[in-house]
Design a protein around this ligand. Structure first.
Ligand SMILES: Cc1cc2nc3c(=O)[nH]c(=O)nc-3n(C[C@H](O)[C@H](O)[C@H](O)COP(=O)(O)OP(=O)(O)OC[C@H]3O[C@@H](n4cnc5c(N)ncnc54)[C@H](O)[C@@H]3O)c2cc1C
Length: 310
């Protein structure tokens, strides 16, 4: 049978919404679609696929890439080898996709966010969507990881609900899932702040951060930071702005000692008013700033405190 195998992701007993994008791309690819899910008590959208294969495995076991390899082998035994395998573009989806690509010698295209059906071309993003690459598979079965939010509108209802079959797959305990750890809850949500004072590596050391905290308090701003500041644990993770942190859009974004790497810019470029302070006049942040001060941030900090205190 010619078919697309859609590997669904389930978290804490919930069929993840991002799977709908894999269902949508599956529909665009045109072949029959088979959904692979761990067996469990949750709702599976059985009207959007032609068949369902349930694996007898807890979701944590299912997410282990080595087990996933065995489950895929079991699914192939039940349904034959698929034309393509779709994973979600999530950290576990990418992990499992990479392992499966190596195991089965299949080409992989990650972060697929577009598909030209006539040309058979997949679109994938580079540099936080600054550039897109177009890819074709060489007529061989491929593995694709599907970007969340890209294809869900193409998921098409079938006339009847898909039949499900349950399979066994021998699992190995190559790593043991311990527990899910919630993001630390804080009363501060930087995405809601109207005025963000964001500090970068330019602050120099942890001891200096309290001076910026004090300035933020005086200015009625919320303190956030670039990734190095969070990696060094000078500020909590919830305060990070950028592609691997939060996207913010405050009325005022005051960046002090931040160079303006694109991963940072992507998270704050839509702020209403960007003010940058940096000692390097060539720092890329100035290309995005409405106002800029070339100078030492500590001096500017102290001057601002002085002025604000009046
Ligand atoms: C996959 C990936 C994801 C990433 N995600 C993020 C992310 O979410 N957010 C993020 O911020 N980064 C992210 N990064 C890191 C990013 O590439 C940059 O390394 C980072 O943004 C640099 O932070 P910075 O500007 O604070 O430090 P630097 O680039 O080191 O810049 C420090 C700046 O401070 C200035 N400076 C130094 N001392 C002074 C002084 N006394 N007075 C005035 N200016 C001074 C310097 O001139 C310099 O411009 C990511 C990288 C990768 C690979």
């Amino acid at each position: 049978m010619s078919y697309t195998l859609i590997v669904a992701e389930v978290r804490r007993g919930v069929f993840e919404e991002r799977n709908l994008d894999s269902l949508g791309l599956g529909a665009l690819l045109g072949a029959q679609s088979v959904l692979l899910v761990p067996d469990g008590a949750y709702q599976v959208p059985d009207k959007f696929v032609d068949a369902i294969v349930k694996v007898k495995a807890a979701e944590e076991v299912y997410l282990n890439p080595m087990n996933m390899g065995r489950m895929l082998e079991a699914a192939f035994a039940a349904k034959g080898k698929p034309d393509n395998i779709l994973f979600t573009q999530s950290s576990s989806g990418m992990e499992a996709a990479a392992y499966a690509a190596g195991l089965f010698g299949m080409p992989v295209i990650t972060d697929v966010s577009g598909y030209d059906r006539d040309a058979g071309i997949f679109l994938k993003s580079y540099y936080s969507d600054k550039v897109f690459g177009q890819f074709k598979t060489a007529g061989v079965p491929a593995i694709l990881t599907v970007r969340s939010g890209s294809f869900r509108e193409f998921a098409a209802e079938k006339t009847a609900a898909a039949a499900a079959e349950t399979i066994d797959a021998a699992a190995v305990e190559t790593r043991t899932f311990v527990e899910y750890v919630e993001e630390e809850k804080t009363d501060i949500d930087i995405t809601k702040a109207e005025f963000l004072l964001s500090v970068g590596r330019g602050v120099g050391n942890q001891g200096e951060v309290s001076g910026y905290e004090e300035l933020a308090g005086i200015l009625k701003a919320v303190l956030s930071g670039s990734r190095p500041v969070i990696d060094k644990m000078w500020l909590p993770k919830a305060r990070q702005v950028g592609t691997s942190g939060k996207t913010v859009k405050p009325k005022v974004y005051l960046a002090m000692g931040i160079s303006g790497a694109f991963q940072h810019i992507a998270g704050m470029k839509d702020s209403d008013c960007i003010i940058a302070v940096n000692k390097d006049p060539e720092a890329p942040i100035f290309q995005y700033a409405h106002y800029g001060i070339v100078g030492d941030i500590h001096k500017v900090r102290d001057k601002l405190k002085e002025l604000a205190k009046g």
